[in-house]
Design a protein around this ligand. Sequence first.
Ligand code: C2E
Ligand code: CA
Ligand code: CA
Ligand code: CA
Length: 276
Amino acid sequence: AKEQGRNHYRFYTSDMNERMTKQVELEKGLRKALERQELSVHYQPQVDLDSGRITGMEALLRWSHPELGNVSPAEFVPLAEENGMIVPIGEWILRKACLQNKEWLDAGLLPMRVAVNLSARQFQQQNLVEVVTRILDDTGMPAQYLDLEITESVAMFNEGLVIAKLHDLKSLGIKISIDDFGTGYSSLSYLKKFPIDSLKIDKSFVAHVMHDRDDAEIISMIISMARNLRFSVIAEGVENEEQLQFLRQQQCTEGQGYLFSKPMDPMELKPLLVKA
Ligand code: C2E
Ligand code: CA
Ligand code: CA
Ligand code: CA
């Protein structure tokens, strides 16, 4: 038993070592990923729940690591936020997504928004508004078709500064969405203070809506609150018909999830898009 215990311990530490080695390797790799062109963007449709029409696309980072293969953004984005690489990477994906959407517009497809995630770290950058302005100018993408997704965590920093930046972005014509809504720690007061256009209901609520009454209550509360405050609502992680029916009943305006489409390479997606 003693022997076994020791073995067990050894396995445990080597597993921990392995994980730490992987983190270090990812961290190092991230610094090179951009210049080595290992990053790409997938797009996931956002759908109007009444008409079934695509209203927008969320741009999502993909990383193909030379040794480790595909690494999930859930794994590498937090590391990029820690080491600061999310700033150049975030700028890169914003430019790429604007270029892509402009290309779709020019190809005569039905105009839609492109949604880009903005990390709190990017939000703290002094020149954020200038960077966004320059990217819109360079790409020619009309600001009205850009949607920036921020999380409640941006509100943890200098609130006055955050509000001022949001107003500057809004005055360019950009839409602002709160991502992962309901999972952060902030109070509801910023819904009044921040100039936002929509709330994205976190997929953790949608996942259990059919068997957890609390999650169903939370969703219907978010939707009715959003309606009263005149925000649109996008439900994330819609995977089945039952969830869709529930969201429709609650008059949720839009949805995103595997039921409609997984995130796809733009080449794969284009044939599914509708001509204007
Ligand atoms: P998020 O912003 O909440 O993005 C939605 C995530 O849900 C995506 O995961 C998407 O692939 C996944 N998803 C979509 N439909 C479904 C569904 O029906 N069921 C389930 N279970 N999941 C679904 P992904 O692509 O792995 O991204 C994970 C997270 O990484 C994102 O969560 C976001 O926080 C971060 N991320 C991705 N790209 C970027 C980026 O360009 N910048 C920043 N700052 N963060 C990013
Ligand atoms: Ca998002
Ligand atoms: Ca989310
Ligand atoms: Ca998120």
